[in-house]
Design a protein around this ligand. Structure first.
Ligand code: 48F
Length: 232
């Protein structure tokens, strides 16, 4: 299995897949994994997590405090560093500084990824990439939904969305986005699942600001969907 993007949704997906004994690699463009979680809300280094996602914080051992109603807060630095540590200890292999620039296609489905060093990409060097096969791919690239956009542009066929294309992210509506993220976490093209903000961007859901429970739950959900699929 291959996960593209090391934000909260990708890390949680990697954790659950690796913990189930699957061979799973995560590719992250940047030097550091963690995506948009490090800075919490506007760099106040605090994230908000709703009650329904607390079991994931507990699974990793991330401390949290009650804020109000069904909302809790956690330290973003503790959250990211603990997610990374937990995922690696569970068996996830992380390739940082690697960018996914394309997919490998066959008539029926996508069967792998095309990767290159981010440094080569940033420097604009004309270096041929390498390709790797993967039974399932998770696009967890956040707002930009990069893998799905490549598929839309270069692979014959339609995405499993209303228009057959990336619907695009909508403006902020936190409560709605939190529920929609889970609904939107699914297989969007044969061989490719979307998770986290990439799921909302693909299916046209709103953004949600510093509430991160949906990202964590989406990572858990995509792992569950793939594990179920592998059993059937
Ligand atoms: O954006 P990101 O954190 O994705 P996420 O898991 O979480 C979203 C939240 O952080 C936040 C939010 C919550 O309310 O809206 O934004 O959906 O992490 C995505 C990661 O993917 C990497 C990127 O550097 C980031 O760390 N990435 C993006 N495109 C590529 C990639 C690519 N083509 N190849 C490798 N990594």
């Amino acid at each position: 299995m291959a996960i593209v993007g090391g934000g909260p949704s990708g890390l949680v997906a990697g954790y659950y897949l690796a913990r189930a004994g699957k061979k799973v690699a995560l590719f992250e463009r940047k030097l550091s994994v963690g995506g948009g979680m490090w800075g919490g809300g506007m760099m106040f280094n605090e994230i908000i997590v709703q009650e329904s996602a607390l079991h994931i914080l507990e699974e990793f051992g991330i401390r949290y405090h009650h804020y109000e109603e069904t909302y809790y807060t956690a330290d973003s630095l503790e959250a990211v560093s603990t997610l990374i540590s937990g995922a690696i200890k569970a068996g996830l292999t992380i390739f940082n500084c690697v960018s996914v620039e394309d997919v490998i296609m066959r008539p029926e489905r996508v069967i792998g990824l095309v990767v290159n060093w981010s440094a080569a990409e940033i420097a604009g060097l004309h270096v041929d990439p390498l390709a790797l096969r993967s039974r399932f791919i998770i696009d967890a690239t956040g707002h930009d939904t990069e893998v799905v956009r490549v598929v839309q542009r270069k692979v014959p066929g339609k995405l499993n969305t209303t228009s057959g294309k990336v619907e695009g992210e909508q403006s902020m509506w936190s409560d709605k986005a939190e529920t929609l993220t889970l609904k939107n976490t699914r297989e969007v093209f044969p061989g490719i699942y979307v998770a986290g903000m990439a799921a909302n961007a693909t299916y046209g859901g709103p953004r949600m600001g510093p509430i991160f429970g949906g990202m964590l739950l989406s990572g858990e959900r995509v792992a569950q969907l793939i594990l179920k699929r592998l059993k059937s």
